[in-house]
Design a binder for this molecule. Structure first.
Ligand SMILES: [Zn+2]
Ligand SMILES: [Zn+2]
Length: 135
């Protein structure tokens, strides 16, 4: 699916380096989420993220999780580094085998290409989804 498919593994980490992870580069899909929860969690206009199979990802370091209801209503767990607060991962009860990783945690974040936008209706006037990504 992605251009990075044949490059093997993607390595990533939080801002302080206490959390590192490695995952398959052939992620299922990629998107940017403009929901208010992602805005608050990241302190930005949207969260760029990609979905991978949880069994294909190896996390190192401790991650703290908090549970909340996503704007879709699904029960969601979001994980962040307890040292620096960087958001790293989230998952929902609807897709227990899948996790969503935040693209900017990638060591080479330039490989990320969002395929679509979700909750574009909640986007801020200063951070609209590009027209080609409208959900
Ligand atoms: Zn950290
Ligand atoms: Zn969101």
């Amino acid at each position: 699916m992605s251009d990075a498919k044949n490059q093997g593994r993607l390595t990533s980490g939080c801002a302080c380096g206490a959390v590192r992870y490695e995952t398959a580069s052939d992620f299922e899909f990629s998107f940017q989420c403009h929901c208010r929860k992602c805005q608050r969690a990241t302190g930005t206009g949207h969260a760029p993220a990609f979905a991978v199979d949880i069994s294909d990802t190896r996390l190192e370091g401790s991650i703290r999780y908090y549970a909340h209801a996503a704007d879709s209503g699904a029960r969601t767990n979001t994980g962040f580094c307890p040292e620096c607060g960087s958001p790293i991962v989230s998952s929902t009860e609807r897709f227990p085998d899948r996790i969503y990783l935040l693209a900017a945690t990638l060591d080479d974040a330039s490989v990320f290409k969002p395929q679509f936008a979700v909750f574009a209706n909640e986007a801020q006037p200063w951070d609209r989804a590009p027209g080609n990504l409208e959900a």
